[in-house]
Design a protein around this ligand. Structure first.
Ligand code: C2E
Ligand code: MG
Ligand code: MG
Ligand code: MG
Length: 290
């Protein structure tokens, strides 16, 4: 292969490359076994309405690796996508999140939603609607309490296919949201055809609030668009009180971010739900009141 690359091109097989390839292979093998060994975890990050009510939680995947400790999704989801492991992992997350949300409801926290992120690979595989239906059936969770998050860029991979898939999923009764909104290239004409309930404003725009005039203008434009399209707006990555206050004033309906709650283990999320229901949300530092 090095020869085919041409006379003047040399392909070195350096010890570092060797080590990297080994490392990757080991991670892949570890990941294959992670599910059977029960090393994957779903953490939950609370989402609050502008009036301070806890409305839902986003399921965020973690890997409790025996040697490396807790690994975030950014470090292994790309590998899972390349190897196709994302399918078994994605199915597992969906099952886990549905069971968890059903548990919350049985504990009296009726109406709390759970949001699950979908990878482009999951959208591309035939039968996602069947997977979603069976996760709902197995858990007993009402379809309306499950939200599926899809990024703009994964929609644009196959716009027509995604459009028809989303209509099928919406037909089941689940809620649909666009994640990291504003960072992709979907056209408004396309968005208008999607059966969506929510837009999640990407963290990168929230970052510049309240000082950056451009970010304020972008958030205003997204809020205006969402109103016209009858969608709810969620601001992601809210870290400061100043961001929360301005985003509330600009008309964001829901917020999620470190200020209000970090992603946490299921047991902690359950404790947070109990505190919020007891009416001590403000004491727990989760009041959104302006
Ligand atoms: P995302 O869906 O946009 O999730 C939000 C990310 O922002 C999470 O990172 C969350 O921990 C982080 N975050 C939340 N609030 C704040 C904040 O106030 N400040 C900052 N700096 N960050 C905040 P995480 O958990 O590392 O997840 C990264 C991405 O990995 C997610 O982005 C999502 O695209 C993907 N992901 C996570 N879980 C899954 C999964 O089960 N399946 C798939 N396909 N993708 C997943
Ligand atoms: Mg998300
Ligand atoms: Mg996001
Ligand atoms: Mg993301």
């Amino acid at each position: 292969k090095a020869k085919a690359a041409g006379r003047n091109t040399y392909c070195f097989f350096s010890p570092e490359m060797d080590a990297q390839a080994h490392e990757r292979l080991r991670l892949e093998n570890d990941l294959r076994r992670a599910i059977e060994r029960g090393e994957l975890r779903v953490h939950y990050q609370p989402q609050f309405a502008a009036d301070g009510r806890l409305e839902g939680a986003e399921a965020l995947l973690r890997w409790q690796h025996p040697q490396r400790g807790l690994i975030g999704p950014g470090e292994f989801i790309p590998l899972a996508e390349e190897t196709g492991l994302i399918h078994v992992i994605g199915d597992w997350v969906l099952d886990e999140a549905c069971h968890q949300a059903r548990q919350w409801h049985l504990l009296g926290h009726a109406g709390v939603r759970v949001a699950v992120n979908l990878s482009v690979r999951q959208l591309q595989r035939h039968g996602l609607d069947r997977t979603v239906r069976s996760a709902l059936r197995r858990s007993g969770l009402a379809a309306a309490q499950l939200e599926l998050e899809i990024t703009e860029s994964s929609m644009m991979d196959d716009p027509e296919g995604t459009l028809s898939l989303l209509h099928t999923l919406r037909g089941i009764g689940v809620q649909l949201s666009v994640d990291d909104f504003g960072t992709g290239y979907s056209s408004l004409a396309y968005l208008k055809r999607l059966p969506l309930q929510r837009l999640k404003i990407d963290r990168s725009f929230v970052d510049g609030i309240p000082d950056d005039g451009d970010d304020i203008a972008i958030v205003e434009a997204i809020v205006a668009l969402a109103r016209k399209m009858n969608l709810r707006i969620v601001a992601e990555g809210v870290e400061t009180g100043a961001q929360r206050d301005l985003l509330t004033r600009l008309g964001c309906d829901e917020m999620q971010g470190y200020l209000l709650g970090r992603p946490m283990a299921a047991a902690e999320m359950q404790a947070l739900l109990a505190r919020c229901r007891a009416g001590v949300g403000a004491a727990a530092g989760v009041s959104l009141g302006a």
